[in-house]
Design a protein around this ligand. Structure first.
Ligand SMILES: [Zn+2]
Length: 207
């Protein structure tokens, strides 16, 4: 009886192994590109590493697009947005008419993306400079001068600042620093990084 049980367990394990091997095969293109990166991945990304990764995007055939979900509940933006400064806790209210409204309402998404990006971008310090959005930190700015700035700082001391960075920009960077050839769209689809190469280079300070 015990042999039957053992044989059953062995069969189960074998079956599982076959299944997982199939699953891996199905994902091969992505797994392959990730693997290439794992071997390239170093503790600290130097400028050469960044340029090498950009070259890889440039020279490889772009991976196929994947459509994301089409069905969305579009929630309209609120009439006012209350920005709370993380430095001093000051509240600045932006109305929908304000030129900075979009930037202010996008902040939550930008901050979240930066948290995802930080552990991926080894050796590159990434932050968001929000001071222009705060009335206390910057009392004399006009609405048009209020925006957030994405700041990348490399180990060699170079700093790249991008004013009015968008959630899309951060998606490109997450895709890039994940080591793949594509990025995830806001509908959960996939687009090749090659199609946004110029912007990506700008964000990385390589133009
Ligand atoms: Zn402030």
């Amino acid at each position: 009886m015990i042999f039957v049980q053992i044989a059953f367990v062995v069969m189960l394990v074998l079956g599982f192994m076959v299944l997982s091997a199939r699953a891996q095969q199905g994902q091969q293109p992505e797994a392959k590109s990730r693997q290439t990166v794992t071997s390239e991945k170093v503790q600290t990304m130097s400028r050469e590493d960044i340029q090498r990764a950009l070259k890889r995007i440039e020279s490889n055939n772009p991976p196929p697009q994947k459509m994301g979900a089409m069905c969305y509940d579009m929630v309209g933006p609120p009439d006012n947005f209350e920005y709370v400064c993380p430095v001093d806790g000051e509240k600045t209210v932006y109305s929908r008419k304000s030129k900075a409204f979009e930037q202010a309402t996008e902040l939550q998404g930008l901050r979240g993306s930066i948290e995802i990006l930080r552990p991926l971008a080894k050796g590159v310090s990434i932050s968001l400079d929000e001071r222009r959005l705060c009335n206390k930190c910057n009392p004399s700015l006009s609405d048009a001068e209020r925006y957030a700035t994405l700041v990348l700082q490399y180990v060699d001391g170079r700093t790249v600042r991008t004013d009015r960075a968008t959630p899309e920009d951060l998606r490109y960077l997450i895709g890039f620093f994940s080591g793949g050839l594509s990025y995830k769209t806001f509908t959960d689809g996939q687009e090749p990084l090659k199609s946004v190469e110029e912007r990506l280079k700008q964000l990385l300070g390589e133009i």
